[in-house]
Design a protein. Structure first.
Length: 196
C-alpha cells in the first residue's frame, strides 16, 4: 500500500512542479497531497482491493479537480475529499456488484466508510498529540528514538554501535512507545494532565 501511495504522491509533486504559480492550483494540490492517503484508504475500505482502490483514487482526483470551485476555502479539504471518495467508491462498488451479481449493499458501505473515517480522525488526533508527548520525554530518550527511527541504519547496527544487545534496544523502544501511547491516550481522555 505504501508504494502505491508514495508513487501517487510523487506524481502529484511532479504535476505541481509543472503547473503555473496559480494560487488556486497550488491550494488544490496542497489539499490533495495532504488528503491522498485518506482518499486511498477510504477507497480501499470500500472496494476491497488495491488495484480497484487505485483506480477509484485516480477518479476521485479528477472529480475533486472538476468540483474544486465548489470547495469552500477555510473548510476541511480532507473531509470534503473523503465525502467525494465515498461517493465515487460507492458508485464503483455498485457497478462491480451489478457486473458480478454480488457485493455489499449501500448501507453496509456507508457503515464501513463511517468506521474508516472515525479511525482516520482518531489517528490524526493521536498524530497531533505525539510531538507534545515526545517533548515530555527526557532528552536522552528523544535522541534514542531519533537514532532508531530517523537513522538509515538498522536496529542491529545501532545496537552494535552503542554496544548494546539488540534485545536491549527493542526493550527500550517498547518501553518508550508504551509511555508515548499512554501519554497520548491520557491527553485524549483527560485534557492537559500529560505525565510521562
Amino acid at each position: 500500500m505504501a508504494t502505491i501511495i508514495d508513487r501517487n504522491l510523487r506524481q502529484i509533486d511532479e504535476f505541481r512542479a509543472e503547473l503555473s504559480d496559480s494560487t488556486r492550483e497550488t491550494e488544490f494540490l496542497r489539499g490533495l497531497t495532504g488528503a491522498f492517503r485518506e482518499i486511498y484508504s477510504c477507497a480501499l475500505s470500500i472496494v476491497g482491493n488495491r488495484l480497484d482502490a487505485e483506480d477509484v483514487a485516480q477518479e476521485v482526483c479528477i472529480v475533486l479537480w472538476k468540483k474544486f470551485d465548489e470547495f469552500e476555502p477555510g473548510t476541511n479539504f480532507q473531509r470534503w475529499a473523503r465525502t467525494v471518495t465515498f461517493n465515487v467508491a460507492k458508485a464503483y462498488a455498485r457497478r462491480q456488484r451489478r457486473r458480478r451479481g454480488f457485493g455489499l449493499d449501500d448501507d453496509v458501505l456507508a457503515k464501513i466508510s463511517g468506521i474508516q473515517a472515525a479511525g482516520s480522525e482518531l489517528f490524526e488526533l493521536r498524530r497531533e498529540r505525539l510531538p507534545e508527548c515526545l517533548s515530555r520525554l527526557p532528552v536522552k530518550d528523544q535522541r534514542f528514538l531519533g537514532e532508531c527511527y530517523r537513522s538509515e541504519t538498522s536496529i542491529a547496527d545501532y545496537a552494535r554501535t552503542e554496544r548494546l544487545s539488540v534485545a536491549t534496544v527493542y526493550t527500550k523502544l517498547k518501553r518508550l512507545r508504551k509511555r508515548l501511547v499512554d501519554c497520548i491516550n491520557q491527553s485524549l481522555g483527560e485534557g492537559d494532565s500529560l505525565d510521562l
